[in-house]
Write a protein that binds this ligand. Structure first.
Ligand code: P6P
Length: 333
């Protein structure tokens, strides 16, 4: 039973940056995710972490108490590991600069973009939620201050991306550009063990995930694709599955074979999902798992970000399904 640390050491020659930096990054991610796992699994029992914090976040969304807890857990765990120099979080308007101690100054080279707790509106109804993370090397010189350009890098520059899903079990899934691997937390010993080696979309394309409640707002191309999935021609076995939690929908689709669709609508002309800390990391994983991720016209990982919290239409899953959807969008607009 490989632990996450053993797996990283065993595969260290596949990471083009320092193994120490990777181990430090995962040390932070594991610590924070275990703290969140503990709170998520007892949220129903303790008033102090259930429900709304009474604040709205930068997105204008009602912040859940656990959103704030998760945000703080990751900030604190990254601060204490001397590997990260800056963090951008869904829960904070601007990026956060982390000043390492002088003697470790040369180690703090990583930039982290994170959605600390995605799908948090599902907390009160006990549906899977997740953390999504994306890591880059800083672009600016270490003698200079961080700039926004350190955070507005294209997704194809990511050195590490992944998510933790807090569901029937807590699973950490990541890629450093050499396949996608999943590790399940054994809470009795607080250790993540390799449980999903080299995850890839299966050949069977079985699921489409979209909020059909927005059907009236979809373009013709999206509507046509939904109908294409629903017609059982040449025994296409598609089924609809949508839980309203990107990490949960993505994880199921990765394992069972399905496409996740969040298009632009009249009320969300840029789509809903955020490019930097939701779509880029998921697109990186999707491609590493043999899939595809686009905004309907362009590869997600090739989009040049212009704003920290910018949104994008997001289509992600098996190459055949994403390509078929793109064809419908071109042919029917
Ligand atoms: P809707 C959660 O807020 C989230 O960002 C994703 O996790 C999820 O897939 C999507 O929004 C759900 O949005 O509009 O269908 O409720």
């Amino acid at each position: 039973m490989y632990t996450l640390g053993e797996f990283i050491i065993e595969n260290r020659d596949r990471f083009s940056y320092s193994t120490e930096a990777l181990l430090r990054l995962f040390s932070s991610i594991k610590l924070a995710s275990k703290a969140i796992h503990k709170e998520v699994n007892k949220a129903g029992l303790t008033e102090e972490l259930i429900g709304s914090s009474g604040f709205t976040n930068i997105q204008g969304e009602n912040q859940q108490k656990l959103d704030d807890f998760a945000h703080r857990a990751f900030i604190e765990s990254f601060k204490s590991r001397n590997v990260v120099c800056g963090i951008a979080s869904e829960e904070s308007k601007d990026f956060i600069v982390i000043k390492g101690e002088q003697e470790n100054f040369f180690k703090n080279q990583c930039i982290v973009l994170i959605d600390p707790l995605d799908g948090s509106s599902n907390i009160d109804v006990n549906v899977s939620i997740g953390t999504i993370f994306s890591v880059y090397m800083r672009k600016s010189s270490i003698q200079m201050n961080l700039t926004i350009e350190d955070f507005l890098q294209k997704g194809n520059k990511q050195i590490l991306a992944g998510y933790i899903i807090y569901g029937s079990s807590t699973i950490l899934v990541y890629s450093i550009g050499n396949g996608v691997h999943g590790f399940t937390l054994d809470p009795s010993v607080g250790t993540f063990y390799l449980s999903h080696s080299n995850l890839r979309f299966p050949n069977a394309e079985r699921i489409y995930s979209i909020n059909e409640g927005n059907y009236a707002k979809f373009s013709n191309g999206i509507r046509r694709f939904i109908r294409y999935c629903q017609e059982q021609k040449d025994n296409r076995p598609y089924t609809a599955r949508y839980i309203g939690s990107l990490v949960g929908d993505f994880h199921r689709n990765l394992i069972q074979g399905g496409i996740y669709i969040y298009p632009k609508t009249a009320s969300s002309p840029e789509g809903k999902l955020r490019l930097l800390y939701e779509c880029n990391p998921m697109a990186f994983l999707a491609e590493e798992a043999g899939g595809k991720a686009s905004n309907g016209k362009k590869r997600i990982l090739d989009i040049k970000p212009t704003k920290l919290h910018q949104r994008t239409p997001f289509f992600c899953g098996p190459i055949g399904m994403v390509t078929k959807l793109e064809e419908f969008m071109i042919n029917y607009e």
